[in-house]
Write a new protein. Structure first.
Length: 184
């Protein structure tokens, strides 16, 4: 049973690694960014509410993403395990998730901290060229990451749930290191 939370700055490779590891383990890859982008495409209520925050590189309000994650983790396919990518991003979200997992009997989660230096993540994101990947928005996302999300490293470290992987190496090297730390 694998339940993993991927933490790290935008551009650290969370999405790529989370997706391929989830395929390898045959468990769902739950990316809050992907769910939100799909909601925007579908012009759902959630999408309409989230769009302006995402365009600016701000966090979507906790309540919206928390409801979304609760709904997703209540689907039957999560019984085999899951990888959460992009959630939690604030201490409030982490507390919410901890309580949710206890309530739905899905504990024993581990947190993978995938880190890489700013210059590396900025270069990667500029190369990717998503709508919110302009240099100004990227810099803002990094500030938001440092202020709101980076405290989760300490939070999960204190709970002895944290595993660290160096994101500043080739994709294959990251995958190898990742597989090693999750089985260790
Ligand atoms: P990246 O890996 O580049 O940070 P994501 O796809 O994870 O990209 O997130 C894109 C955007 O979606 C974020 O900038 C934010 O606006 C919104 N978002 C995703 N997950 C969350 C979350 N857990 N809480 C608040 N906003 C979120």
């Amino acid at each position: 049973m694998t339940r993993l939370i991927f933490l790290g700055p935008p551009g650290a490779g969370k999405g790529t690694q989370a997706k391929s590891l989830a395929e390898f383990l045959h468990i769902p890859h739950i990316s809050t960014g992907d769910i939100l982008r799909q909601a925007i495409l579908d012009q759902t209520n959630l999408g309409l509410k989230a769009q302006s925050y995402m365009d600016k590189g701000d966090l979507v309000p906790d309540q919206l993403v928390e409801d979304m994650v609760k709904e997703r983790l209540n689907k039957a396919d999560t019984e085999a395990g899951w990888i959460l990518d992009g959630f939690p991003r604030t201490v409030a979200q982490a507390i919410f998730l901890g309580e949710l997992l206890v309530n739905i009997s899905q504990g024993q989660e581990k947190v993978v901290n995938l880190d890489a230096p700013d210059e590396v993540v900025i270069a990667r994101l500029l190369d990717r060229g998503r709508k919110d990947d302009t240099e100004a928005v990227i810099r803002h996302r990094l500030e938001v990451y440092r202020q709101d999300t980076a405290p989760l490293i300490k939070y999960y470290g204190n709970l002895h749930k944290l595993l660290t992987v160096n994101g500043n190496q080739s994709q294959e090297e990251v995958t190898t290191e990742l597989k090693n730390v999750i089985v260790a």
